[in-house]
Design a protein around this ligand. Structure first.
Ligand code: KMH
Ligand code: ZN
Length: 276
């Protein structure tokens, strides 16, 4: 098996300090949490940004500052801005960080209920426009799928030449309104991917570590972090994203999977080196 790529989703757009006081908002806090995750073994930082009061934003300048702060603290980490942003944001708002030419960014491949009245909207035209932007700018998409039909959408786009192969997926399981976080459903999702695709697994809430352990055993990769889960164990808030990454590293050690460095992650994902 390839070495394990650990992604840290350090902030998200929906989770707040009321859920866990260690959720980062400021540039300094985001830099510190990214560094904690990187030092513990994360090779990718999945990045949302916030205003100082915690409200989610996709503002280009805020992304630029946060990315510079992360780069200062973690010289070789892969920074992966979100183009999902927060529920209700416009496409133009969401696309802002792509103008900073990141190596990688997320590409959400379908619309999904997000609990209550919240709907995360990604029409087919939105997905195509985002894919075209990433193709034009040479950004590696992490294809985010919350259900099986979203994999089929990505395969259709690849057939039209809008997504380069091999593709890299993030299988998100356990979102209210998306596919459940069960071993059966994860196996079904993984079996629906092209042979040459790579995938990471994000289990939401209490499913973060059961899904991570399953992904490690399957040969997939793992995402942990406050965006998806704020607890280190039942009822015990995590002190930092670093603590969540360290737990994923312990699981990998127990299961005999080595941890990929950022350079190794770039090779596994078919990306160029940082300075190439
Ligand atoms: N915050 C969610 C509505 C992504 O980063 O691409 C969308 C999200 C997906 O987090
Ligand atoms: Zn996200």
């Amino acid at each position: 098996m390839e070495k394990l790529i650990i992604t840290a989703a350090i902030c998200g757009a929906e989770v707040t300090k009321a859920h866990n006081p260690a959720v980062p908002y400021t540039v300094e806090e985001i830099g510190r949490e990214a560094e904690a995750a990187y030092s513990a073994g994360a090779s990718i930082i999945h990045l949302h940004v916030r205003n100082d009061d915690g409200t989610p934003t996709q503002d280009r300048e805020r992304f630029r500052k946060c990315m510079a702060e992360i780069r200062r603290r973690c010289p070789d980490v892969i920074i992966q801005p979100s183009t999902g942003g927060a529920v209700g944001m416009s496409d133009e708002e969401r696309l802002q960080p792509t103008s900073l030419s990141p190596e990688m960014a997320t590409l959400d491949c379908g619309t999904c209920n997000f609990g209550g009245d919240d709907i995360f909207v990604n029409s087919e035209n939105t997905i195509i426009a985002f894919a075209q932007r990433m193709l034009a700018l040479g950004i590696k998409p992490e294809i985010e799928v919350f259900d099986k039909g979203m994999i089929d959408t990505a395969l259709r786009l690849a057939k039209k030449g809008l997504l380069k192969v091999p593709m890299h997926f993030n299988l998100v399981l356990g979102v209210t309104g998306g596919i459940a976080a069960t071993v059966r459903d994860l196996a079904y999702m993984a079996a629906s991917l092209p042979q040459d695709a790579t995938f990471t697994v994000s289990g939401i809430g209490k499913y973060q570590f059961p899904m991570a352990a399953t992904a490690i055993a399957m040969g997939g990769h793992v995402r942990v972090g406050f965006e998806d889960n704020v607890y280190i164990s039942k009822g015990q808030p995590a002190s930092s994203n670093g603590e969540l990454v360290a737990k994923a590293v312990r699981l990998a050690n127990e299961l005999g999977r080595e941890i990929a460095t950022p350079a190794e992650a770039r090779r596994i994902l078919g990306m160029r080196g940082l300075n190439e």
